[in-house]
Design a protein around this ligand. Structure first.
Ligand code: NDP
Length: 275
């Protein structure tokens, strides 16, 4: 019988996950559909009830529901608890269980890009959901240090409280002293989604103070060449875009749902056609 999967978010019409996941199911011969579910804020509980009743086999969760959905599931694993958000749900008998595959996706993308996370000094810009996943991923991958820089220092401190003393929080205007001690710079704000806002953020960054072997990773993948990645390239730095994280978080969800190895190349190709 055909199984049904989907993605719950608002808005969802621009999400790349359906193209990527459908290509993965087709490539592995899994009889499954993957449907975007546009669920407005305030309607999530009702939607999750519907998903239970209709027997949907699993779903991804995206903005703005990754935190709120946690209250509506039967079980949440340690990854999701530490990240503080769920992005993947699967059905176990009559239960809905949640995890977070973004931290795995983040680290897998860096490794794929030829970057060594173990022992690296990681600096994360931003303190939202993507930043939390990056911090969790960096800690699991044994980074030497993790610093979070946010425009609201209290948001950075909240991450320090959540992850403990291996993480330090700084304000964005303190970067001149942190940049020279950075091996991997992770852009995890939503600013670089927009040319003007991203441009202003990049203008404020002292990129010339980064070591010449520093790798710059922007988690934003639309546009793929963000203002930060362009500026980093102009400074001669190695860059990694946000597509790898998207592919690898999706690959881990696929494996959770199907117990089959994910066809990562197929998923990447399908995603790249949409960019
Ligand atoms: P959130 O809304 O949870 O967090 C956004 C963060 O960006 C907040 O810390 C916010 O600060 C900060 N921010 C926004 N604008 C600026 C600015 N101009 N200057 C400084 N900081 C700013 O979003 P997510 O963390 O879920 O997602 C962030 C981005 O990461 C998304 O836009 C998405 O494109 C990308 N992403 C990519 C993934 C991938 O697989 N590649 C996975 C998940 C996300 P404040 O709290 O002060 O507003």
């Amino acid at each position: 019988m055909m199984r049904v999967f989907g993605i719950v978010g608002h808005p969802v019409e621009h999400t790349r996950s359906p193209v990527m996941m459908r290509a993965a199911f087709e490539s592995r011969g899994v009889d499954a559909a993957y449907v975007p579910f546009d669920v407005k804020p305030g309607e999530l509980r009702e939607a999750v009830r519907g998903i239970r009743v209709l027997g949907v086999s699993g779903f991804n969760v995206t903005v703005p529901h990754k935190i709120d959905v946690m209250d509506m599931l039967d079980e949440i694993d340690e990854h999701a608890k530490l990240v503080g958000a769920v992005n993947t749900v699967w059905r176990h008998k009559d239960q809905l269980r949640g995890t977070n595959t973004d931290a795995h996706g983040f680290v897998a993308a860096l490794i794929e890009g030829g970057c060594t996370v173990e022992g690296a000094r990681v600096l994360v810009l931003g303190a939202g959901g993507a930043a939390r996943a990056a911090v969790r991923g960096a800690l699991v991958a044994k980074a030497a240090s993790v610093v979070v820089a946010a425009r609201r220092i209290e948001a950075a401190q909240e991450l320090v409280r959540a992850f403990g003393e291996r993480v330090k929080g700084v304000a964005l205007n303190e970067l001149a002293t942190v940049f020279p001690k950075t091996d991997i710079l992770v852009q995890a704000t939503s600013a670089t989604l927009h040319a003007k806002e991203g441009g202003a953020l990049v203008e404020s960054l002292p990129l010339e103070r980064l070591p010449e072997n520093c790798v710059v990773n922007d988690l934003v993948y639309v546009p793929r060449e963000t203002p930060l990645l362009n500026a980093a390239k102009a400074h001669g730095l190695k860059t990694i875009d946000g597509t790898g994280m998207l592919v690898h978080q999706g690959a881990m969800a696929f494996e959770k749902w199907t117990s089959e190895p994910a066809p990562i190349g197929v998923m990447r190709e399908a995603l790249e056609k949409t960019l």
